[in-house]
Design a protein around this ligand. Sequence first.
Ligand code: ADP
Length: 291
Amino acid sequence: KLDAKALRYMTNEDFRVLTAVETGSRNHEIVPVTLITDIAKLRAGGVKKYLGDLAKRNLVSRMANAKYDGYRLTYGGYDYLALKTLSKRDSVVSVGNQIGVGKESDIYVVAGSDGNQCVLKLHRLGRLSFRNVKNKRDYLRRKQSPSWTYMSKLSAMKEYAFMQVLYEHGFPVPKPIDHNRHCVVMELIDAFPLRQIDDVKDPGKLYSELMDLIVRLAQHGLIHCDFNEFNILVGDDGKPILIDFPQMVSTSHPNAEEYFNRDVECIRVFFKRRFQYESYLYPKFRKDTKR
Ligand code: ADP
């Protein structure tokens, strides 16, 4: 859980020590206290006290390793560092309620620079079993097991980059606002996941808009790969908005056709089951995706 209060009770020294733990984690799974002291450039006695305080607030945790005394950054500590950066830039002024728990994220409503409401998405990749995540994510084809901070940060960077490109090309996605570490700040969409919608005015219209979206993505060289009722929000105006695209691939991927057809099939099956809507019209990979 995101501890917004922790933001307020942090001295400069606490912050310096916490940042030192993060810096040390680049090459130490458990960061030795001696290294933290060097990086923070504070008295050794002082550093021990600050580390103790940070550990009490769950921002770091002490790892009694046989070889040396060390600490590790926790989710809370990483959240804190990201929020501190985002609030310095005025992208997040205050944190509100949690509105969602995704498969691999926590979602909060936050206030942005001019008091407007935005969404803060904190990516949390270490939460699933590693085996599960490994198959899905191309960046995990590395020899050593990557840290959760690394995986979560990469996931947020990727989401932000895709969101920017899609938004700039006029695709219906939330407007990207800022990102830092494992966090993405984006526009708050006033709509519900298709999953929660039992009734739409014109299922045929929504169906063809969704199929058009799949085709238009492919015309831009992209396949969503997880195009389903969880990742599509539908507002009162009946327009779909795509909110999540963690595994998009290129249309030149060897399995592109299979992935494309699976996205299409997913929508067909859902519309049949939920709205008893069936159409013999649906896009096919080769024919419909040429520019
Ligand atoms: P995950 O990738 O972890 O599954 P999602 O990005 O799908 O997380 O978000 C989880 C839930 O949070 C969504 O089902 C939706 O209800 C809500 N949500 C996410 N982003 C937004 C947004 N920009 N505006 C409004 N609600 C959102």
